[in-house]
Write a protein that binds this ligand. Structure first.
Ligand code: FAD
Ligand code: FES
Length: 452
């Protein structure tokens, strides 16, 4: 683009980002040069293409996955958002049918569910979705449904079971490699206005509860099944507000499967170049290992890959900033993570031992309630704000049934109830009135047991 809008020029002048041999080119529409940048750069992200749209609505159209061929591996910017004349629209809730791409067992009792759900495109961490645990059945036979596009608008679900809530673990953007955050560094002043192409498929990680009804049924979902979902649900969290509040470092503490919905939050924090430290509490390393069924068939060793650990590395968190605690068996080594970052015990204990006088820092946590309550105590003593992602059993997910209420303390000292699905799932830990009876799994299956 020959003449850059002054606001963009001013923002770029603020950063010394270009001194490290990086380049950024701006376009106002499709251009063969965008594809050439992708070809020459080979995902090193030393040269980035940014497509400028006049309005937010126009930008949303350009970001659509169907346009990925026209704007390969480009980021997007809206002049309307830059000028502050209109903020990005809030994602609306959709009711839709998602296509299952895979449903893979991981470690013990965990499954990774990959699915295509264009209607979740506007989700922002830590929003979640509710899904049926059984696939949709076609009333007139599979062929009739395939031929008619309108089937997506109808919920054919014949199941008497309520939908179950799950967080989104990873979102994947067309033409962007899944580990792009390892290399992408953006000009800090401009980054808040840059947007990735709309994600086109997602991963969720779920734990099969031994006394659960729905999660054991979910293990039978297979590639090609269609499952009815609603989402994105809950309040989005805009990580850009942290920069405005002077936050420079963010600590993320996940207990077991509580790490799953935190990964997309970590990705958003990395996109905006926050310094990060991530603490993950698990029972054993084996509970995270990808099970390579084919490797077993051919008598080969399973892949040396671990869910969460590999997701964190793909999200660009350096190994030195990943801390692992094991509450059952501590391994002698974990690939790429140094021994000093391994701990035998509960994750809040490791966190307490590791942090020292945090300033301009905020922490986020999700996991068993007992663990989050311990984190609340540690952060209060360290004088650090803590945000918690609450999990409650949910009926509707949209604020109608009041099955997900959480007791909170208001600033005047009075107590009240909030709905986790509508007002959450993220809350200030200082507001939560902890209740020991809320813990989901008071048994050895919660990932933090037997002590929690
Ligand atoms: C916003 C949100 C995001 C979530 N994200 C994930 C995720 O990414 N991965 C994941 O594995 N799980 C996640 N969960 C939890 C998941 O929804 C439950 O584990 C699942 O619904 C259990 O279904 P089930 O039918 O197997 O169990 P059920 O048959 O419904 O219940 C089995 C037992 O677990 C208890 N229980 C079930 N769900 C909860 C809950 N949320 N809180 C307290 N007790 C409960 C029940 O009281 C019962 O004792 C999330 C929950 C919420 C609210
Ligand atoms: S799940 Fe119905 S109000 Fe929250």
């Amino acid at each position: 683009m020959s003449v850059l809008p002054t606001q963009i020029k001013n923002l770029l002048d603020r950063d010394n980002w270009f001194r490290r041999g990086r380049r950024i080119s701006f376009f106002t529409g499709p251009s063969p040069e965008i594809a050439a940048i992708e070809r020459r750069d080979r995902n090193a992200f030393r040269h980035i293409a940014v497509v400028i749209a006049p309005t937010n609505a126009a930008m949303e159209r350009l970001r659509a996955p169907s346009n990925a061929g026209k704007f390969p591996r480009a980021l997007f910017l809206s002049l309307e958002e830059l000028a502050g004349t209109a903020s990005m629209p809030r994602p609306g809730i959709s009711s839709f049918s998602a296509e299952i791409l895979s449903n893979t067992p991981v470690g013990d009792a965990h499954y990774q569910l990959a699915f295509k759900a264009p209607a979740l495109r506007d989700f922002r961490a830590p929003q979640f979705f509710m899904m049926d645990v059984k696939p949709q059945r076609a009333p007139f036979g599979a062929r009739a449904v395939r031929r008619n596009a309108w089937h997506d608008a109808v919920d054919w679900t014949p199941q008497p079971l309520l939908k179950r809530p799950f967080g989104i673990c990873r979102d994947f953007h067309p033409r962007f490699p899944s580990d792009y955050l390892k290399r992408l560094v953006l000009p800090p002043s401009l980054a808040p206005f840059l947007h990735l192409p709309t994600p086109d498929h997602f991963d969720a990680l779920y734990k099969v509860l031994p006394d659960g009804i729905g999660t054991p049924m979910m293990t039978r979902l297979k590639r090609g099944d269609r499952v009815h979902m609603i989402g994105p649900l809950g309040q989005p969290f805009d990580v850009r507000q942290l920069r405005a509040a002077g936050v420079e470092e963010v600590h993320v503490i996940g207990g077991g499967v509580g790490m799953a919905p935190l990964i997309t939050l970590i990705e958003a924090l990395r996109f905006h170049s926050f310094r990060l430290k991530v603490f993950l509490g698990i029972a054993t390393l084996e509970s995270l290992r990808y099970r390579d069924e084919l490797a077993a068939t051919f008598g080969e060793k399973p892949r040396d890959a671990y869910v969460y650990v590999d997701d964190l590395l793909a999200a660009g968190v350096p190994p030195r900033d990943i801390f692992l605690s094991f509450d059952r068996a501590m391994p002698r080594r974990v690939r790429t993570i140094s021994r000093e970052n391994l701990f035998s015990g509960l994750v809040p204990e490791q966190y307490r031992n590791t942090i020292s006088k945090p300033t301009n820092t905020i922490a986020f946590t999700c996991g068993p309630n007992r663990m989050m309550e311990m984190m609340d105590g540690i952060c209060r003593r360290a004088g650090m704000p803590l945000k918690v992602l609450m999990e409650k059993r949910m009926g509707c997910g949209i604020g109608v049934c009041f099955s997900c209420v959480q007791k909170v303390r208001r600033s005047d000292g009075s107590e009240d109830y909030v709905r986790v699905c509508k007002d959450g799932p993220i809350f200030d830990a200082k507001d939560i009135v902890w209740n020991p009876n809320d813990s989901k799994q008071p048994s050895a299956t919660c990932g933090c047991a037997p002590r929690c």
